[in-house]
Design a protein around this ligand. Structure first.
Ligand SMILES: Nc1ncnc2c1ncn2[C@@H]1O[C@H](COP(=O)(O)OP(=O)(O)OP(=O)(O)O)[C@@H](O)[C@H]1O
Ligand SMILES: [Mg+2]
Length: 225
């Protein structure tokens, strides 16, 4: 199950020492339930900001932002956190794994908020690591894994709560071509298997063309592809 995304006039402004900085200027966007969108554009275009808004890491300020029929505008911090837990899985460029934990523990930890027992969490982590082809590496710490393997652990972690929206910010930015292809194919398989909606930020043109919708941004506006 995925979610449909609707943005109308979404505007986002950061307060900075130099004054207000508007980084998204009245963005309109529709992504279908189960859709696969790629956000592209130069550094500073607002890609991470847009992903943070979709994932409830930033609170929407101006305009309308609906995910799966839920309006995120006006939600409190706690409500946004609940939305994130219930709906969103994140994958980041720098993997975001805890170095002192094994691959399996990293995945298990992500499941601690959803009320399952430790035994269930362990079993689920095994299952997810198996699904990303890393059952043999479950006991390794991230420092003993390759970049591609770390990102596969991060993908397993993102799936713990069965997200209906999978968000990935430059998931292949730190990987070589072979590992990049493996990671993007894994994300695509996850989407196909779970039917989730997927939004990926990428600088990689080839990866962007694999999506069924491209959202090129420049200075906070959509520009022609
Ligand atoms: N928390 C923040 N406070 C103030 N300014 C910010 C904040 N986060 C981002 N910005 C600014 O907003 C603009 C857009 O940033 P954003 O991170 O969304 O860009 P991006 O497209 O993801 O860039 P990159 O490709 O370099 O990751 C940039 O000018 C950035 O400096
Ligand atoms: Mg960014």
């Amino acid at each position: 199950m995925g979610v449909a995304i609707t943005l109308r006039g979404l505007t986002h402004t950061y307060r900075t020492a130099e004054g207000p900085l508007t980084v998204l200027g009245g963005l309109d966007l529709d992504v279908a339930d189960g859709g696969y969108a790629a956000i592209t554009g130069p550094s500073g275009a607002g890609k991470t900001t847009l992903l943070s808004l979709l994932g409830g890491l930033e609170a929407p300020q101006v305009g309308r932002l609906e995910v799966g029929g839920q309006d995120l505008t006006g939600l409190s911090g706690d409500e946004l956190a609940a939305y994130r837990r219930a709906t969103v899985g994140f994958v980041f460029q720098h993997f975001g794994l805890l170095e002192t934990l094994t691959a399996a523990q990293n995945v298990e930890l992500a499941g601690t908020l959803n009320g399952t027992s430790p035994a269930e969490r362990r079993a689920r982590a095994r299952e997810l690591l198996d699904a990303v082809g890393l059952s043999e590496r479950a006991g390794h710490r991230p420092s003993r894994l390759s970049g591609g393997e770390r990102q596969r652990v991060a993908i397993a972690r993102a799936l713990v709560n069965e997200p209906r929206l999978l968000l990935a910010d430059e998931p292949t930015g730190n990987l070589d071509d072979d590992a990049s292809l493996m990671v993007i194919e894994l994300l695509e398989k996850v989407r196909a298997d779970h039917g989730c909606t997927m939004v990926v930020v990428t600088h990689n043109r080839q990866l962007a063309t694999r999506a069924d919708m491209r959202i090129p941004l420049d200075r906070g506006h959509r520009v022609p592809a």
